[in-house]
Design a binder for this molecule. Structure first.
Ligand SMILES: Cc1ncc(COP(=O)(O)O)c(C=O)c1O
Length: 441
C-alpha cells in the first residue's frame, strides 16, 4: 500500500454515502461518526476508504493505534492466538497472556513498588474498577474529579465526566459521592497562576466542602483528553499527589488517553516524577483490540475479596496477545522517542501558525498529543464554529483530525506514533491550509 494521501472521489465518496444511508436505517442515530467515511483497510498512518481514497490518519481512532494500522507483529500475534483459542474467561480457566500483560503493566507504570493489575474491556470499566478498589481499600466514599474531565460513559463514569452535552444530558440520575473542583487550565486561569496555586484552589474546596477524611481518591487525567487537551501547569499534579499522601487518599491517574508512549514517555505522569497509587490504562495498550487495565499498589488491589473484580471478557486472550505484541513493538521501535519527535515537529508548526492567525488562542500538548484552541480574536471567547470548520476542511482534503473541548473549540492531533515525516508534514500542510481558509470572525 502506498503511504501517501491520494483522493480519487470527493469526501465522503459515493460508496461511503451509500453505506451511510444503510447505516441510518440500522444504527442508532445517537452513535455519531465524523467524517462519515467508511474504511476498508489501513496501514501505518494511512486509512483507505471504500471509495479507494487514501487518508492521512491524525486521530489514531482516538489515541488507540499508536503502533499504526495493520502493524505486522500485532496482526500475526492476533491471528496466532485466535487460531489457538479465542476465549475461556480468565475467571474460569486462566491462560498465560493475561498474566504476561499484568506483568508488563506492573513493570511499565510509574514506581518501583510491588504492584498488581486487573484487566477489563474498556477505559470506562477500568475507571469504575479504580473507584471500587479505592473505596474498598480506604473505607471512604468521596471521589474528587476536575472541571473538563472525561472518564467514560457508564453511569459512574458519566458522574465523573464533566461535560453535559453530549455525554450526560438527560441520562441521569448519576452515581453519588463525586465532587468536582477546578482544573489547572493555564489559558483560562488568572495570569501567572502556578500549578501549586491551582492545586491549592482545588484542594481548599475539597478540605472545606468534602473533608479530607472522607476522600477515597483524587482522580485526574495528567493531560486532559476529551476536555480539550488541557495541560496543567507544572507542579499541579505533584501537589495533588502530595495532598493525597498526606491525607491517606489515593492519587489515581487516568492514563487511558495519555498512556503507552503517546506523550513521549510510557506514561504522562513520569514527566513530573509523579507516582500514582492507581493507574488506569486502555486505548494504546492493545493497539486496537479492546483491553483496559487497572494497576496499583499490591496492597490496594489485593485488599479486595476474591471474586470482587472481573468480568466475562476482561483480559480476553486475543486482546492480551495484541497488547503483548503492541508493547514489544513500542519498545523495539522506541515509540516514546518517536512521540517526542512528533511533538517537536507538530508544536513547532502549530506555534508558527498561531503567530499568523489571531483565532488560535493557544497551542498546547506534549509528544504526539497536540492541540489548537480556537477563540474569537483578541478574546478568550471559545470559537467552536471555527474548530468545526477547520476539521471539516481537513476531512474534505483527506486528513482525519478530531475536535474536543468543553466548549467544542479545540482541534486535536493524535497521529499514529509510526507516522512517516512526509505524511505528517503533508497532514500539517493541509491543517495550515484549513486554518488559513477558515472564515474570519
Ligand atoms: C482519559 C479517558 N478516560 C476514560 C475514557 C473512556 O474509555 P472508553 O471509551 O474505552 O470507555 C477515555 C476515552 O476517551 C479517556 O480519554
Amino acid at each position: 500500500m502506498a503511504h501517501k494521501r491520494h483522493l480519487v472521489t470527493e469526501i465522503p465518496g459515493p460508496r461511503s454515502r451509500a453505506l451511510h444511508e444503510r447505516r441510518e436505517r440500522a444504527v442508532a442515530a445517537a452513535v455519531r461518526s465524523n467524517p462519515p467515511v467508511y474504511i476498508a483497510e489501513g496501514e501505518g498512518a494511512i486509512l483507505v476508504d471504500v471509495d479507494g481514497n487514501s487518508l492521512v490518519d491524525l486521530g489514531s481512532g482516538i489515541a488507540v493505534t499508536g503502533i499504526g494500522h495493520a502493524q505486522p507483529a500485532m496482526v500475526e500475534a492476533v491471528r496466532e492466538q485466535v487460531g489457538r483459542f479465542a476465549h475461556t474467561c480468565f475467571m474460569v480457566t486462566p491462560y498465560e497472556g493475561y498474566v504476561a500483560v499484568c506483568e508488563e503493566l506492573n513493570a511499565l507504570t510509574p514506581g518501583d513498588h510491588e504492584k498488581r493489575s486487573a484487566l477489563f474491556n474498556s477505559g470506562a470499566e477500568a475507571v469504575e474498577n479504580a473507584v471500587k478498589v479505592a473505596r474498598y481499600a480506604t473505607g471512604r466514599q468521596a471521589v474528587v474529579v476536575f472541571d473538563h474531565a472525561y472518564h467514560g460513559r457508564t453511569n459512574l463514569t458519566m458522574a465523573l465526566t464533566a461535560k453535559s452535552m453530549p455525554y450526560k444530558h438527560r441520562f441521569g440520575p448519576f452515581a453519588g459521592e463525586v465532587y468536582r473542583v477546578p482544573m489547572s487550565y493555564p489559558l483560562r486561569d488568572p495570569a501567572g497562576m502556578t500549578g501549586e496555586e491551582a492545586a491549592a484552589r482545588a484542594l481548599t474546596l475539597v478540605d472545606t466542602q468534602v473533608g479530607a477524611a472522607n476522600v477515597a481518591a483524587v482522580l485526574v487525567e495528567p493531560i486532559q483528553g476529551e476536555g480539550g487537551f488541557v495541560v496543567p501547569a507544572p507542579g499541579f499534579l505533584p501537589a495533588l499527589a502530595r495532598w493525597c499522601a498526606d491525607n491517606a487518599a489515593l492519587f489515581v491517574a487516568d492514563e487511558i488517553q495519555t498512556g503507552f508512549c503517546r506523550t513521549g514517555q510510557w506514561f504522562a505522569c513520569e514527566d513530573e516524577g509523579v507516582v500514582p497509587d492507581l493507574v488506569t490504562t486502555a486505548k494504546g495498550l492493545a493497539g486496537g483490540m479492546p483491553l483496559a487495565g487497572l494497576t496499583g499498589r499490591a496492597e490496594l488491589l489485593d485488599a479486595v475479596h476474591g471474586g470482587g473484580l472481573g468480568g466475562t471478557y476482561g483480559g480476553n486472550p486475543v486482546a492480551c496477545a495484541s497488547a503483548l505484541a503492541t508493547i514489544d513493538t513500542m519498545r523495539r521501535l522506541d515509540l516514546a522517542g518517536a512521540a517526542a519527535r512528533i511533538g517537536e515537529t507538530v508544536l513547532g508548526r502549530l506555534r508558527t501558525l498561531a503567530e499568523q492567525h489571531p483565532g488560535i488562542g493557544d497551542v498546547r500538548g506534549r509528544g504526539a498529543m497536540c492541540a489548537l484552541e480556537l477563540v474569537l480574536p483578541g478574546t478568550l471567547e471559545p470559537d467552536p464554529a471555527g474548530a468545526a470548520a477547520i476539521a471539516a476542511a481537513c476531512h474534505a482534503e483527506g486528513v482525519v483530525v478530531l475536535t474536543c473541548g468543553t466548549f467544542g473549540n479545540v482541534v486535536r492531533l493524535l497521529p499514529p506514533l509510526v507516522i512517516e515525516d512526509e505524511l505528517l508534514a503533508d497532514g500539517l500542510d493541509v491543517l495550515a491550509g484549513a486554518v488559513r481558509a477558515a472564515p474570519a470572525r
